[in-house]
Ligand binder design. Structure first.
Ligand code: FDA
Length: 307
């Protein structure tokens, strides 16, 4: 029951203010967020790279309220591109973007988001790296996949995320499983209605396996975005059955979650990419991480009570 409440709270400005200003929040946030500044995130990435891991950067931000803010978010990604070039990290680091941070929810937002994301994808390609479009709530999926299709005409390595909790996703996987396509499959982190999404964890997990079968059997590059040990084992088996070599798919996990498992997969010579969020706008991301695991909330509340 707590999950939907927390995911709802992720979009409440009043709760945002209360949580963001609570003195102990910072220490709990640090578990999931690599820092508020780019240099802190770069330090994290250097140590992950030294441990044999690749990364995807997320400059935190979502639900942008006006065009100026959308432009600032685009510029933050362009600055990130320059930092990757300067620090010689482009071979290890790609970028994940949320189109709502680029203006997707504004009037005319589809075009605004496309115009803002395109220069980032273009600069990433010049540097030899790429961008993956995160997936947000179900109302954004058509627009996000249409922007993906447009970007892929010139930048075929642009990737997208699909969420197994949505009924539509198995079909989307079929459509996206073609040559050169990069698809990150996740379970889904938003509070979705029963008309469009499975509500029960077991159904979401089963759908994940069905979608993964489609992607592994296809011609694209599957990115297995999950910390679930059962899913990891199934992915290894499906890849083996599909005759995929270890560089023909990858695992992805979030910064701060199941780090021992991340190292274990690297030791088995799998490609492991860690999703590294940084920036000051961490509230929505943080609340979704709390919602995923009740123990996280208990820890957070205990920290508050012990002050
Ligand atoms: P599940 O929730 O079953 O968790 C399996 C195990 O992982 C748990 O038992 C626990 O040990 C550990 N775990 C999971 N979440 C944890 C947490 N918050 N804190 C501590 N331990 C935790 N979603 C989305 O809607 N759009 C997107 O674009 C993305 N992008 C994305 C990128 C990457 C790289 C990952 C790994 C995930 C996402 N997600 C996402 C989030 C995803 O939808 C999902 O909510 C989380 O990955 C949790 O689901 P799991 O598959 O890990 O399984």
């Amino acid at each position: 029951m707590l999950g939907p409440v927390l995911r709802g709270a992720a979009r409440s400005d009043t709760i945002r203010h209360a949580v963001s200003t609570a003195p102990v929040t910072r220490t709990v946030v640090d578990r999931y967020v690599a820092g508020e500044r780019l240099d802190e995130a770069l330090r994290t990435v250097r140590s992950l790279a030294a441990a044999g891991m690749d990364v995807t950067f997320d400059h935190l931000g979502e639900d942008t309220g006006d065009r100026a803010e959308a432009s600032r978010n685009r510029d933050a990604y362009l600055a990130l591109c320059e930092a990757l070039a300067r620090e010689d990290l482009a071979a290890h680091a790609e970028m994940s973007v949320k189109l709502s941070a680029f203006g997707q929810a504004l009037p005319g937002g589809h075009e605004v988001a496309y115009e803002n994301v395109r220069p980032v994808v273009e600069r990433a390609a010049e540097l030899g790296t790429m961008v993956t479009l995160d997936m947000e709530d179900h109302t954004t999926v058509d627009s996000t996949l249409a922007i993906l299709a447009e970007l892929r005409k010139d930048f075929p390595r642009t990737g997208a995320v699909v969420q197994s909790y949505l009924f539509r996703t198995e079909d989307d996987c079929r459509a996206l499983a073609g040559e050169g396509s990069r698809v990150r499959l996740v379970k889904g982190a938003y509070d979705e209605p029963a008309e469009v999404a499975y509500q029960n964890k077991r159904d979401v997990d089963r759908a994940y396996v069905r979608c993964l079968k489609v992607l592994m059997a296809g011609k694209g590059y599957p990115m297995v975005g999950s910390h679930d040990p059962r899913i990891v084992a199934i992915a290894q088996e499906l890849a083996r059955r599909a005759g995929r070599k270890q560089d023909e798919f990858e695992f992805q996990m979030l910064y701060g979650i199941r780090e021992a498992e991340q190292r274990r997969l690297v030791a088995q010579h799998h490609r492991m990419r860690v999703y590294v969020p940084y920036g000051t706008d961490w509230y929505g991301y943080f609340m979704r991480r709390l919602a995923e695991r009740p123990a996280n909330l208990a820890f957070f509340l205990r920290s508050l009570a012990s002050r």
